[in-house]
Design a protein around this ligand. Structure first.
Ligand code: GLU
Length: 424
């Protein structure tokens, strides 16, 4: 119930306008070249395709597929593919722009892109999903490329879909191109550590922020919204650091336990319960709104966009928000959180661990040589810590929030790239 309200709110304002609001604020503070700002305010390429798919009932369904390339200044465009009902041009464009900034913040040699198919994957059979993924790949075969545009998983997709995508792409090209997609199963050239990477990056962001706030993780509590690839790994890794998780949720239910939720028990429960938390007994059932406003030190929105709104923001108790999801906070809520002196580690920094290990996967594919999980995690942690401190320093230098600091850090790099390339 609470979740469906949240989803409705996400349609009220344009997500791409949220990106532009932050871009403009950062551009003004740092005095970004007007030409560069003008270019970044428009995606480079927006592709929309119709995907006829034979459904199990013998009838054809036509799905709408999207891919937006926002920027290629710093390298080939990179970004996931989402299967969800609210996929549309505005959402895909916003997510593509965020990928450009996220890759720049993480110092990856990539531009930004995003794609998706408007569908409800929970209502489709495995066969239908495979046919749809293959149809999408065929339609986008000229957009994708190892050194051109590299997809990955996002909401509603995983290694399974990336394997279908790779197989279809290889058939079209007549050769094996593992580097054309990341987030693949390990046996097909995926990287160890990729699955947990976004959650791991959230964990590093939490620890770095607690250091700045002089807080001991062992004395801190956290609430995590979302129990998918990002939220579940984040909750597990954060709990391993001694942080007490007092609330968790997914799209079916939310739970609270002030003595701390046993995350391993929750993971086991979900694994044996069709991957959902509904019916979990390790806490009292609460609403999603209660989760966001519960008493805790750290709030981790790791589900969907636009959940921290101007209605919710005044009631948030946490001192620190670490954004595992893309776009969980609206620009209006940003102002309220700033006034309340709540520190927000923004999405384009906090959830950059996923694309960072995607980059490692791509490098390993190019080399044809594979690293151990320890090597991957070590490189990931170093990279996230560097990115965190860069953003922290940019925020400090410009006396602004970490969100605007992150945009400034990203825009500085992209501006330099544009200048060196000398276009226009
Ligand atoms: N979909 C993820 C994100 O939003 C990962 C993208 C990637 O690995 O390319 O950051």
């Amino acid at each position: 119930m609470a979740n469906s309200q949240v989803t409705m709110e996400s349609h009220h304002s344009s997500m791409f306008e949220s990106v532009l609001a932050r871009l403009d604020a950062a551009a003004k503070l740092m005095n970004l070249s007007e030409d560069v700002a003008k270019v970044l305010r428009k995606p480079l390429k927006e592709v929309i395709v119709s995907l006829p798919v034979m459904m199990d009932n013998g009838k054809v369904e036509v799905f709408q597929g999207y891919r937006t390339v926002h920027s290629t200044t710093l390298g080939p465009s990179k970004g996931g593919i989402r299967f969800a009902m609210d996929v549309c041009t505005d959402e895909v464009n916003a997510l593509a722009a965020w990928m450009s900034f996220k890759c720049a913040v993480a110092h990856l040699p990539y531009g930004g892109a995003k794609g998706g198919v408007k569908c409800d994957p929970r209502k489709m059979s495995v066969g239908e999903l495979e046919r749809m993924t293959r149809a999408y790949t065929k339609a986008m075969a000229d957009i994708f490329g190892v050194n051109k545009d590299i997809p990955a998983p996002d909401m509603g997709t995983s290694g399974r879909e990336m394997a279908w995508l790779l197989d279809e792409y290889n058939k079209i090209k007549g050769e094996d191109c593992p580097g054309v997609v990341t987030g693949k199963p390990i046996v097909l050239g995926g990287s160890l550590g990729r699955d947990a990477a976004t959650g791991r990056g959230v964990m590093i962001s939490v620890l770095e922020a607690l250091k700045k706030l002089n807080l001991d993780p062992k004395k801190v509590s956290a609430a995590v919204q979302g129990f998918g690839n990002v939220g579940a790994h984040a909750a597990r890794l954060i709990a391993e650091q001694g942080i007490k998780i007092v609330a968790i949720s997914d799209h079916t239910a939310a739970f609270h336990n002030e003595n701390g939720i046993d995350i391993k028990a929750a993971l086991d429960f979900a694994a044996n319960n069709g991957k959902v938390l509904k019916g979990f007994k390790g806490g009292t059932e609460i609403s999603n709104e209660d989760l966001l406003t519960c008493k805790c030190d750290v709030l981790i929105p790791a589900a969907i966009q636009n959940v921290i709104t101007e209605e919710i923001a005044p009631r948030i108790h946490a001192k620190l928000i670490v954004e595992g999801a893309n776009g969980p906070t609206t620009p209006e809520a940003d102002h309220i959180l700033k006034e309340k002196k709540i520190i927000v580690v923004p999405d384009i920094l906090a959830n950059g661990g996923g694309v960072t290990v995607s980059y490692f996967e791509w490098v390993q594919n190019k080399y044809g040589h594979y690293w151990t999980e320890e090597e991957v995690n070590h490189k990931h942690d170093l990279s996230m810590k560097t990115a965190f401190n860069n953003v922290w320093n940019a925020a400090d230098e410009f006396k602004t929030t970490m969100r605007i600091g992150a945009y400034i850090a990203a825009l500085r790099k992209i501006e330099q790239g544009v200048k060196f390339k000398g276009n226009y």
